[in-house]
Design a protein. Structure first.
Length: 292
C-alpha cells in the first residue's frame, strides 16, 4: 500500500473515531450537572422559598424552587439557568428579582439536582412547556417573565416564541449551541453531530413580547458580538444592554447589571412619543461649490 494512501486512511479513521466519540459523549461535554439526593434540604439565608416537584407525562420528575417576595408579588420570573451545577447554587441569584417584587421559579433540567429522566433537547423543551402551563394556570401570562441565562437562553427563547409572556430577558445568549461548539472544534461536522443545536436565532424571530439582551463585552465563551447579531433579528422588539468589562460568569458583580434589571423589570412598557422627537429629521449634506 502506498504511504500516502496509508496516511489518508489513518487520518479518515481517526476523524471518524473522533466524530463518533463526540456524538456519544457530548452530553458529558455540554452539561456539568450537580446531582442531589432526594432528601437534600435546601437552605438560603434571608430568602423564603418552597420546593416543588412536577411529574412529566413520561414519568420524569422536575424539581424546582419558588422564591417568594415579602409582599404580594407583581408577577413571576421563570429563571432558566446555565449548564452547570444545580439550583442549590443558582438559588442565590433569586434575590435579584425578589427585591423587585417578583417571585422566582428556578428548576433543574433532567439529570441536574433532584430532577430525573433521560435528557434530550426535545424532552427539556417539553418539560419547560409543562412548567410554563402550570404557571399559566395560576396567573396571567402578562405576569410571567422568562429569564434565560447562557444555556437557558435558548430554551427561554423557544418558550417565548410559542407563548405570550410579559418579557423575555436573555443573559449572555448564544446564536446557536452549534455555533458555540464550532468555535472550539471548527474542523468537525457539528451541524450533523450535535444533539442540542438550540437555534436561538431561529426562535427569536417568532417572539412577540419585548426582548432584552444583557451581555458583557469581555465574555470569552460567548462573544459580545453574538448578542449584537441576535439583537438585529427581531430589532423592533429588542433592546441590547451592554455591561462594559463583563465576562460570562460575573455580570452579577457589576452594579450596571443590577441597574439594567431594575430598569427592564420595573419599567418594561415605557415608550417614547416619537411624533415629538427628531426621528424624521434627515441631515442634509452641504454641496461642494466649484471654484472658478
Amino acid at each position: 500500500m502506498p504511504y500516502w494512501l496509508y496516511i489518508s486512511i489513518l487520518v479518515i479513521a481517526i476523524y471518524l473515531v473522533i466524530s463518533i466519540a463526540l456524538y456519544y459523549l457530548q452530553d458529558y461535554l455540554l452539561f456539568k450537572p450537580e446531582k442531589l439526593p432526594k432528601d437534600f434540604q435546601f437552605n438560603y439565608d434571608n430568602q423564603e422559598f418552597k420546593e416543588y416537584n412536577l411529574t412529566t407525562r413520561d414519568g420524569a420528575v422536575i424539581n424546582g424552587l419558588l422564591f417568594k417576595t415579602k409582599e404580594t408579588p407583581k408577577g413571576i420570573v421563570l429563571y432558566l439557568k446555565g449548564n452547570s451545577k444545580s439550583i442549590k447554587g443558582w438559588g442565590k441569584f433569586a434575590v435579584d428579582f425578589t427585591r423587585l417584587g417578583y417571585s422566582v421559579l428556578m428548576l433543574d433540567y433532567r439529570g441536574f439536582g433532584k430532577s430525573t429522566g433521560k435528557r434530550t433537547q426535545k424532552a427539556i423543551k417539553r418539560d419547560l412547556q409543562e412548567v410554563y402551563n402550570k404557571i399559566k394556570s395560576l396567573t396571567s401570562e402578562s405576569n410571567i417573565i422568562l429569564y434565560g441565562r447562557s444555556l437557558g437562553s435558548g430554551f427561554a427563547t423557544k418558550l417565548a416564541s410559542i407563548n405570550n409572556p410579559k418579557l423575555l430577558i436573555l443573559d449572555a445568549p448564544y446564536y446557536s449551541l452549534t455555533k458555540v461548539t464550532t468555535r472550539f472544534m471548527p474542523f468537525m461536522p457539528l451541524s450533523i453531530l450535535i444533539k442540542y443545536p438550540l437555534p436561538t436565532y431561529k426562535w427569536l424571530k417568532y417572539v412577540r413580547c419585548p426582548i432584552h439582551i444583557i451581555h458583557g463585552t469581555n465574555d470569552k465563551l460567548i462573544p459580545y458580538k453574538t448578542s449584537v447579531k441576535l439583537s438585529k433579528i427581531n430589532s423592533e422588539r429588542t433592546r441590547l444592554h451592554t455591561v462594559i468589562g463583563g465576562g460570562h460568569k460575573d455580570l452579577n458583580n457589576f452594579p450596571a447589571y443590577h441597574s439594567m434589571l431594575e430598569e427592564i423589570i420595573l419599567q418594561p412598557t415605557t415608550t417614547v412619543d416619537l411624533s415629538k422627537t427628531s426621528i424624521n429629521v434627515i441631515h442634509t449634506q452641504k454641496k461642494a461649490t466649484k471654484k472658478t
